[in-house]
Design a protein. Sequence first.
Length: 360
Amino acid sequence: MLRAGLIGLPSTGKTTLLRLLSQSGDGGVETGGRAESQVGVARVPDPRLDRLTALFKPKRHVPATVELTELAGQGGARALLDVTSFRDADALLHVLRMFNDDRVPHVAGTIDPSRDVRQMEDELILADLGVAERRLERIRQDQKKGKSRELDEEARVIEQCRTTLEDGHPLRTLSLDPEDTKRLRGFSFLSAKPLLVVLNLDEADVADPAGAIERAGLADALTGAAAETVPVCAKIELEIAQLPPEDCAAFLDDLGLVDSGLARVIRASYRLLGYISFFTVGEDECRAWSIPRATSAQNAAGEIHSDIARGFIRAEVVSYDALTARDGSYPACREHGEVRLEGKEYEVRDGDIINFRFAT
Ligand SMILES: Nc1nc2c(ncn2[C@@H]2O[C@H](COP(=O)(O)OP(=O)(O)OP(=O)(O)O)[C@@H](O)[C@H]2O)c(=O)[nH]1
Ligand SMILES: [Mg+2]
């Protein structure tokens, strides 16, 4: 499951977005709350799962999920940087205030999204700088005790990180070889995490996000940040999401939006992270699973259960297109040679429908 941490200045709409994404009208998630942290689970919308469900009529269908965490009322990122839920996150979602509303004061006074992007980036950079410096100190001490090639290598990579950070650049802009990336894994640097900037637009701008970005001078602030952006209008979209489903589409259409905020933010997150989905189907359950692109069949099996990965024998794979073209009939797909038997190392593709054979 994908984990995302919501960051942003106070009152930028983090909780509103969390509610929009987890489709919980009130469900324990309060705006302006002061609880330690708030967690929401977003169900990943995927029309392919809907189609499979219609074909197999299983007892239940289970979408892939994204877990979202907000640390309530933090005001900036620095205070929350040691919190494990952020260190563990696969991605950070920065909720950026672009809406005008005099009833909702902005900490920084005026609404200035470029400044806020820079400020949040600086918070992440400062936190990482602290981590890098502490680690370098430890390495120096250990190096006095005895020489180790691996220690020297680690010191070299962390020095490189420190320089990048001191120059004011987030670590996600650094391109490291796989060996060095592995050396850094244990530190979970926040500025190394993929960043999705969620532009919380004013209602008036929702149909023209490009114009809003231009007026806010944001293009420059985001250049070189290696971040993706996605526009939302959290408050009004949350109101719409609470309407009966048949009304939602009409209201979104009125605003000039083709898709729900949920679908747009999730799609942007998947794009940013390079995530794909595979499916398992049957009479009991049809289910979608998310994995990083280029995941092996054995690791994909592990997403379902570690026993299936351990006892992995073969993956029986058919593509979504092939199976749905034959109305969900495995015998018909077999007859046409569309069901393949793949081994551990097979690289799972988006839309693969997989039946894992494993020994217990
Ligand atoms: N006009 C307008 N108001 C919004 C929008 N998004 C959020 N708000 C309002 O802004 C206020 C703060 O929203 P929250 O979602 O609680 O913001 P937050 O970032 O979680 O705030 P803290 O957790 O206190 O830092 C609430 O009154 C929201 O209704 C928006 O898109 N437009
Ligand atoms: Mg909040």
